[in-house]
Design a binder for this molecule. Structure first.
Ligand SMILES: *[C@@H]1O[C@H](CO)[C@@H](O)[C@H](O)[C@H]1NC(C)=O
Ligand SMILES: *[C@@H]1O[C@H](CO)[C@@H](O)[C@H](O)[C@H]1NC(C)=O
Ligand SMILES: *[C@@H]1O[C@H](CO)[C@@H](O)[C@H](O)[C@H]1NC(C)=O
Ligand SMILES: *[C@@H]1O[C@H](CO)[C@@H](O)[C@H](O)[C@H]1NC(C)=O
Length: 183
């Protein structure tokens, strides 16, 4: 038996094994174990009921919208979130809000659900520019939401993450079509 040769071979194999293991751990650290916050967006938004007045002396709007909220989880673990709120604002003032019920988005999946929100211009303190805005035929609202929760990896690792929504909704007052744009 050539003992020395075998020993060297054995050490070489061991070194190769350790290097491979380190590489696997590094790859995992940069992919699977890397935790990102979820992305909140608005999907389709429809107008259920609608009444507006673009009379320049007292412009107003009252709308009930159904909005699809999506929570995209790119992580390799489930994202569990608590109750949150979504609000719609006209020129920075909240004109409608709705609760987002706690839930979960599965690993590398997108949770989708619909919320119904009533939007009322009576919540505005000033309607100074509203008439002009409405006479342009398009009402633009900002959509904001936040959910806080945890991403669970391998059942044991939990990392706190939150997701925010930053969207703009344009309601076409003639056709009632709503287009959304999210960051
Ligand atoms: C979440 O909201 C639901 C319904 O509004 C309520 O019953 C529950 O107590 C809330 N949970 C927390 C932790 O706030
Ligand atoms: C939300 O509502 C729209 C229109 O009613 C429907 O097409 C869509 O499937 C709903 N989405 C979910 C996740 O329920
Ligand atoms: C938005 O509100 C501010 C006051 O908060 C007002 O000065 C401004 O004219 C408004 N702009 C529009 C486009 O409504
Ligand atoms: C209200 O706006 C619509 C366009 O959306 C326009 O056709 C109509 O003339 C406007 N009414 C008034 C009173 O300005």
């Amino acid at each position: 038996m050539a003992g020395g040769g075998n020993n060297t071979k054995c050490l070489t194999n061991m070194a190769a094994f350790l290097i491979l293991q380190a590489a696997i751990i590094l790859i995992l650290a940069f992919t699977v174990m890397r935790v990102h916050g979820p992305k909140l967006r608005l999907g389709m938004v429809t107008v259920d009921s609608f009444s507006t007045s673009n009379d320049t002396s007292s412009p107003s709007f009252n709308m009930r919208l159904t909005a699809e909220v999506t929570i995209k989880n790119t992580n390799f673990g489930v994202f569990k979130y608590g109750n949150g709120t979504m609000s719609l604002a006209y020129n920075g003032t909240v004109v409608g809000d709705v609760a987002i019920a706690k839930g979960r988005a599965k690993a590398r999946d997108t949770a989708k659900f619909n919320v119904t929100v009533d939007v009322m211009s009576s919540r505005l303190t000033s309607t100074a520019s509203l008439g002009t805005d409405m006479n342009s035929g398009v009402l633009t609202l900002g959509g904001d939401a936040k959910v806080r929760g945890k991403v669970e990896l391998l059942k044991v690792m939990k990392r706190k993450k939150s997701g925010v929504m930053d969207c703009a909704l344009s309601v076409n007052l003639a056709t009632r079509a709503v287009t959304t744009k999210c960051k």
